[in-house]
Write a protein that binds this ligand. Sequence first.
Ligand code: GRF
Length: 201
Amino acid sequence: MNIAVFVSGIGSNLNAIINSKELKNLVEVKAVFSDKVDCPAFEIARRNSIDTFCLGNKEDCVGYEQLANQLKSLKIELIVLAGFLKLIPHIIVREFKNRIINIHPALLPSFGGKGMYGIHVHESVFKSSAQVSGATVHFIDEEYDKGFIIAQRCVDISNVNSPAEIAERVLEVEHTLLPFVIRKFAEGKISIKERRVLIQG
Ligand code: GRF
């Protein structure tokens, strides 16, 4: 299965996908896209000989209006947002219905929505005195963090002393949860029935 990964940051989730044993010979990362011309995650892509594309109207970038054609020419079957901070244009959400997933560093629907990204999520979790947090992989629709939830994994944060500690524990489970969900897509084992996402064993 051909996938495109969209990034805006360090790329640790991209790295986890590229190096995942369970995705070997099953999934190919055909391209990495970013809204940032000099995205640090591009280094990981280039080290693995994966094409990188910046998005936007800057020189040598792919315009958002050309993105759908670019993805089709790459024969992309699944779009994975891994730290991508921009909204996906409605036309792409429609063209790739139920084939765009995002990983969010908290247990949606809590601690999600506009402005809830990076350390802001973990600060909000910390201040709430929540005793568990975790990661969520969900479908992308036209609103931030509102698509159907596909999979979640919890982490115990009852003994943390800072938002950074939460971030560290959550990031660790992200790196196994995201490849797991991508594998299930590649195996055709994800379905939606009556507003519930089912993952076959
Ligand atoms: C992760 O915490 C992810 O949950 C969130 O953005 C961060 C991306 O980190 N969407 P990285 O760039 O994959 O290291």
